[in-house]
Design a protein around this ligand. Structure first.
Ligand SMILES: [Zn+2]
Length: 424
């Protein structure tokens, strides 16, 4: 992932279709599905990716660059699978609508009407348009109207899709003026350790550790396991359509959680002076000898890169930069004396074989990530003599998810002095 962070925002609208051809739009989303499927099928067959757009475009009954956008999205899903395995191998047998992705002023157009609405025109098929006005929240409509009239925002691609049978348009806009602070000017680094059932956070300044927090979300691990088992069962029974439905539900569940967890990370980070959020760079993980069962488990349960991306995107809108560090040894190194050994760690329990320091192991990893982040910014990272008590909050599947970060906290005794209450 590069350091450049474009401030892209997605605005969601419902389509009030006034051209009396909603079915045309629906047909186009079915056509987008077959473009997607064909792209995935060809990629699985081993066809050169560069040759796929032309092969698919010849048969597709869509505006040409809309076809290209859908092909690019499908290849993106394949690439994501090969690089990160966020959601498993993409399927090429699903049916039903697929979002129609279009370029602004090519596949779709927007304009302000005399009575203050935003009119849309989507080229659902070549030379066939769906027209009407956008409905949505005032906040999103305001940004879009600003984007249509000022240079501060630029309008980008959009996706037309059906959500609970309602046609929608999701428009990407880029803010060209708002900036993310240069990370060299950061005063706090927030190390983020992402695990199968929690995210551990540590804020470090040049004065030492400011605070630590472990956010538990056991239901993600539970639900993903449940979906995985169900999918395997129907797959073995040869029922592709049920398999695909489950996959879609699982993906929506996980995406919803990702947004909540990432919002939580950004909210927590904001309280510190000039924060920079630091993640482990998975690309560097590949060659690392630390890549083992722990890593595989983490990747399986939580789409790692999606969470990093989601967090980085939300942080950018707060002006908060993001940095990536090499994850080697972050889970084995003692944050106090630096002694590094695999045996220091036993599941959630960390005990240094050299100095005897004990800790919640994921919290310890987040300290190490923060320390590496500080070094990356050329700080004089202070020697750590003790660590603050770990606070834990538990995120429930519903209800408490939007509550402020710390009010639900359950204090547990992960102490650096040897008295440790590991309950997991
Ligand atoms: Zn130690």
């Amino acid at each position: 992932m590069t350091d450049a962070q474009a401030l892209v925002k997605t605005l969601d609208f419902q389509l009030d279709i006034q051209s009396d051809n909603e079915s045309l739009l629906y047909d186009a989303t079915l056509e987008a599905r077959s473009v997607y499927n064909e792209t995935i099928r060809l990629a699985k067959e081993g066809v050169d990716w560069d040759a796929i757009p032309d092969r698919v475009a010849d048969d597709a009954n869509l505006v040409k660059n809309t076809t290209q956008r859908v092909v690019a999205k499908a290849l993106g899903a394949m690439e994501n699978y090969y690089e990160y395995d966020d959601f498993g191998q993409p399927s090429h047998t699903k049916d039903g609508a697929y979002p129609l992705r279009a370029n602004y002023e090519e596949g779709y157009n927007l304009s302000l009407t005399d009575n203050g609405d935003v009119a849309f025109r989507i080229s659902a098929k070549p030379y066939k348009h769906v027209k009407g006005v956008l409905k949505g929240s005032d906040a999103h409509l305001d940004i879009l109207k600003t984007a249509l009239t000022s240079d501060e925002w630029k309008i980008g691609t959009a996706e037309a899709l059906f959500h609970n049978d309602t046609p929608e348009l999701h428009v990407n806009v880029t803010n060209t003026e708002q900036t993310v602070r240069d990370k060299q000017y950061s005063r706090t680094v927030v190390g983020v350790d992402v695990n199968e059932d929690n995210v551990a956070l540590t804020a470090l300044s040049e004065d030492g550790i400011e605070d630590s927090l472990v956010i538990d979300f056991p239901e993600i691990k539970f639900e993903r396991h449940r979906y995985f088992t169900m999918r395997k069962r129907v797959q073995n029974a040869g029922k592709n359509s049920i398999h695909d439905t489950l996959e879609g539900r699982e993906e929506r569940f996980v995406r919803d959680r990702l947004h909540k967890v990432s919002r939580h990370i950004v909210e927590w980070s904001r309280q510190f002076e000039k924060p920079c959020i630091v993640f482990e760079d998975l690309k560097e993980m590949r060659d690392s000898i630390d890549y083992g069962t722990r890593m595989n488990r983490r990747l399986h349960h939580l789409p790692f890169r999606a969470l990093q991306f989601c967090t980085s995107y939300k942080a950018a809108f707060e002006g908060i930069p993001t940095a990536w560090i090499n994850p080697e040894y972050t889970s084995q190194r003692c944050p106090l004396c630096g002694h590094t050994e695999r045996a220091n760690r036993n599941k959630k329990r960390f005990k240094c074989r050299d100095c005897g320091h004990q800790d919640h192991s994921d919290r310890g990893a987040s300290v190490n990530i923060a320390v590496k982040g500080g070094k990356k910014l050329d700080w004089n990272v202070p020697a750590l003599n003790s660590l603050p008590t770990v606070r834990k909050v538990r995120r429930r599947a519903s209800g408490a998810v939007d509550a402020p970060t710390v009010t639900q906290s359950t204090v547990r005794g992960y102490q650096a002095d040897g008295r440790m209450g590991v309950s997991d």
